[in-house]
Design a protein around this ligand. Structure first.
Ligand code: NAD
Ligand code: 6OD
Length: 483
């Protein structure tokens, strides 16, 4: 059987105690590989390797050379794009078309973006009658990157690329559901000549495994975490013991607000994406849809028509497939528990609400779920206010701008929001009033990697992207010279 090992100090290696777990393809149920499960011993080795790299080849490397290597990593990912895409599809069950268009190109682009951006970065200087003060930027040191399973390479490199561009060394703990592409990236790092110990991967689970060992290790200076809000709370407690710098990108239950004056076709197309892309397993999914009452019925009909005619559920490796498998049987059951709750709480189902029954034989036992639209839920209903992380959206009518701002903000989350309107003044007003780290107007998931990205309330702590990543991945030091 294929083995997925840790990548520590430039070498692929098993766990000292020989512990492993299985990597399962959620669409077919087949075992993809046996994966090494790391713990405190492997994290110890990775921390030692990272520290050696920082005081050796990597720490002493001229900036231009460092950035050249990171551009080579970006190239290396592109050259192996098909292998990365296939590995991502096997681990996640997402459609191959999505992996080819989004996951892998963005995985490569993250390196280009941060290598280019940080290469020429300047620092500030303050001069007065007595002294010249100037700031120096230095890497934070050893950065732990803990990533989720929904966009494994994209979200991991979104942290690894700026951390390395800023001169740090990293220890990645990928999700136990999706170990493959972090390991494949290790091969690219080897090929292009990234020094040993700069990029380390320790595979494993969260609690009592590689994840907790990483967050508790006193030699790790910072943790950048993407995942569930409750996991963030646990990590914060664990990291407090050694006072680590933290960046958290957490869950969302994002409002998608449709005004009657919108371009209806564009709003429907955008809503299809923000509801069902990646099976709805997107932290930025617009899963709470609010539609202004005069167009509520028309919008619902348009959405159902698109679901009937545009969604193709099936084999994730088929380029025609638009909706793949959920990440696991366990997650499928979690999504179904929200469906049961919505039924109990009086929701009306307009489509979906069940597993599909016409799948090709080889994926018939996969973790697939039909796109689902529910109306009639109260604001406190479970499916209306909790993150489902599946292809399930709720729709609620509204009568005024004031009302929709109030209900959109009536949540513990604050990650993103989407507004569809042709009224520019309204767009400004509503965008300003919504509590969210990013508000899209007449678009969704359009990203410029220089902009601040992160969540308000329980959706995160801190911002990454552009100079905000530079802030997180560097220490600022002031030098004061008496004149
Ligand atoms: P998760 O919190 O279950 O796991 C994320 C990672 O944390 C995994 O690698 C896991 O092994 C690790 N982990 C779990 N417990 C840990 C512990 N005690 N110590 C250290 N590490 C631990 O999240 P998930 O199910 O993989 O991902 C889905 C969630 O991620 C959703 O809530 C989604 O909204 C969120 N997410 C947020 C963003 C964002 O940008 N805000 C992006 C993607 C996903
Ligand atoms: O685009 C990004 O940088 C980003 N962090 C996306 C997050 C997607 C969540 O599922």
């Amino acid at each position: 059987m294929k083995q997925i090992l840790h990548f520590i100090n430039g070498e692929f290696t098993a766990s000292e105690n020989g512990k492993t777990f299985l990597d399962i393809n959620p669409a077919t149920g087949e075992t993809i590989a046996e994966v090494a499960e790391g713990g405190p011993k492997e994290i110890d080795r990775a921390v030692a390797a990272a520290k050696a790299a920082l005081s050796g080849a990597w720490g002493n490397m001229p900036v231009a050379e460092r950035m050249k290597l990171l551009m080579a990593v970006a190239d290396g990912v592109q050259k192996r794009a098909e292998a990365f895409a296939a590995a991502e599809v096997a681990d996640t069950g997402k459609p191959i078309g999505l992996a080819r268009q989004i996951d892998i190109p963005r995985g490569s682009a993250n390196f280009v973006q941060f290598a280019e951006h940080f290469k020429y970065v300047a620092t500030e200087c303050w001069e007065n009658d007595q002294a010249l003060n100037y700031a120096q930027r230095r890497p934070v040191g050893v950065v732990g990157v803990i990533s989720p399973w929904n966009f494994p390479l994209l979200l991991m490199t979104w942290k690894v690329a700026p951390a390395l561009a800023a001169g740090n060394a990293v220890i990645v703990k990928p999700s136990e559901e999706t170990p493959a592409t972090a390991s494949l990236l290790g091969e690219v790092m080897q090929e292009v000549g990234i020094p040993n110990g700069v990029y380390n991967v320790v595979q494993g689970f969260g609690p009592d495994s590689a994840g907790s060992a990483l967050t508790e290790h006193p030699g790790v200076n910072a943790i950048t975490f993407t995942g569930e809000t409750t996991t963030g709370m646990t990590i914060m407690r664990a990291a407090a013991g050694s006072l680590k710098r933290l960046s958290f990108e957490l869950g969302g239950k994002n409002p998608n607000i449709i005004f009657a004056d919108c371009d209806l076709e564009a709003a429907l197309d955008g809503t299809m994406r923000s509801s069902f892309a990646n099976q709805g397993e997107v932290c930025l999914a617009g899963s709470r849809i609010y539609v202004e009452r005069p167009i509520f019925e028309r919008f619902l009909e348009g959405l159902l028509h698109r679901i009937r005619t545009q969604v193709k559920i099936g084999d994730p490796m088929d380029p025609q497939t638009t909706l793949g498998s959920l990440i696991s049987k366990g997650h499928l059951e979690r999504v179904e528990s929200y469906i049961e709750a919505a039924k109990q709480e009086g929701g009306t189902f307009h489509c979906g609400g069940k597993r599909p029954d016409n799948l090709p034989t080889h994926v018939a036992k996969g973790a697939f779920f039909e796109p689902t639209v529910i109306t009639g839920l109260a604001s406190h209903a479970k499916a209306q206010c909790e993150e489902i992380f599946g292809p399930v959206v709720t729709m609620v009518p509204f009568d005024s701008e004031e009302e929709v701002i109030k209900i959109a903000n009536d949540t513990d989350y604050g990650l993103s929001a989407t507004i569809w309107t042709t009224n520019l003044n309204r767009a400004h007003r509503v965008a300003g009033a919504i509590d969210a780290g990013i508000v899209w107007v007449n678009t969704w998931f359009l990203r410029d990697l220089r902009t601040p990205f992160g969540g308000m309330k329980r959706s995160g702590i801190g911002r990454e992207g552009g100079v905000y990543s530079l802030e997180f991945y560097t220490e600022l030091k002031n030098v004061c010279i008496k004149l």
